[in-house]
Design a protein around this ligand. Structure first.
Ligand SMILES: [Mg+2]
Length: 295
């Protein structure tokens, strides 16, 4: 059995545009009862809003199929300090997730300063957060993505806001979103999958693929987002499979491919594997097989 953790932006849509073939792949998973979860490092929207967006693009999903870094962060904090308080720099998705998990939002003496994506930032909020952190509040980030691609260009991401707070206070943030194992392990467990049964599909090396590699999941990089084929040589880790887009994926073929791939030892990245197209899939599997044996 295999199941999937699927990134959203750059994998199933770009902005408000469906990536061709995403609807067919998700339909295939649903009709075969294959477990999957959409994973997003965007904390702006609540899971129901994300599910509605995806449905409007023509993919039939429920809110239970969506797991955001805001949810992962709120669940993590609720386990560490039930009923705690947070000062939030972020938007609805993060506020909703914290409330749902028993947190109160305060603007004085919080247990945590929690930072997510947002366009509502102003200097007074930064100044307040700095004071709280220096007074002992713990700094938590939903994710550290430095920027977000938008239809009109690039806007600063959560990681950029967090960097400003870190610089001002000298305190390092703890981040929960991808590539943190906190979010990825929680997602895997919620699907009832083991490490060896989990396949990550994503378009970003620094989050989706790095997180998957670190946890020993199978990893598939799609080139429909921010990563270009030439970028791959810059990284010390590699995905198990690289395809142009989700349109190239097929559950039965993936299952066949990954059945031939020996499990990678936990924490040790799989050996170097050059870009594999579907036509090369058997070679890709055997390349991995060979290199895992010698490593
Ligand atoms: Mg993405």
């Amino acid at each position: 059995m295999f199941g999937y953790l699927i990134d959203m932006d750059g994998v199933i849509y770009r902005g408000n545009e469906l990536i061709a073939g995403a609807d067919r792949f998700i339909h295939e998973l649903r009709s075969s009862d294959v477990p999957f979860l959409f994973l997003t490092n965007n904390s702006q929207r609540a899971r129901r809003d994300v599910a509605t967006k995806v449905r409007r693009l023509g993919i039939d999903v429920e809110e239970q199929h969506v797991f955001t870094c805001a949810m992962a962060t709120a669940q993590f904090l609720a386990r560490k300090k039930p009923g705690g308080t947070a000062y939030v720099i972020g938007e609805g998705g993060l506020l909703t997730a914290l409330h749902t998990n028993g947190y109160s939002i305060v603007d004085k003496d919080p247990d945590y300063v929690v930072v997510g994506e947002g366009r509502t930032l102003n200097f007074e909020m930064v100044e307040a957060a700095v004071g709280m952190i220096l007074a002992g509040a713990k700094l938590v980030a939903t994710n550290l993505d430095p920027n977000c691609p938008t239809q009109t260009g690039t806007r600063p991401g959560c990681g950029a806001i967090v960097a400003m707070l870190e610089a001002a206070t000298g305190v390092k943030a703890f981040s929960v979103g991808k590539p943190s194992p906190v979010m990825l392990r929680t997602a895997r467990k919620s699907l009832g999958l083991t490490t060896d049964q989990t396949i990550v599909i994503g378009d970003t090396m620094e989050t989706d693929i790095l997180g998957g590699v670190q946890l020993g999941f199978k990893t598939v990089l799609v080139l429909s987002g921010g990563t270009r084929p030439n970028d791959l040589s810059r990284y010390a880790y590699t995905p198990d499979l690289v395809v142009d887009s989700i349109a190239d994926l097929d559950h039965d073929r993936l299952r066949e491919l990954f059945r031939q791939v020996p499990d990678s030892p936990d924490g040790i990245p799989p050996a170097r594997l050059e870009r594999a197209k579907w036509s090369d899939a058997p070679q890709a599997a055997s390349a991995l097989h060979t290199s895992s044996r010698v490593s």
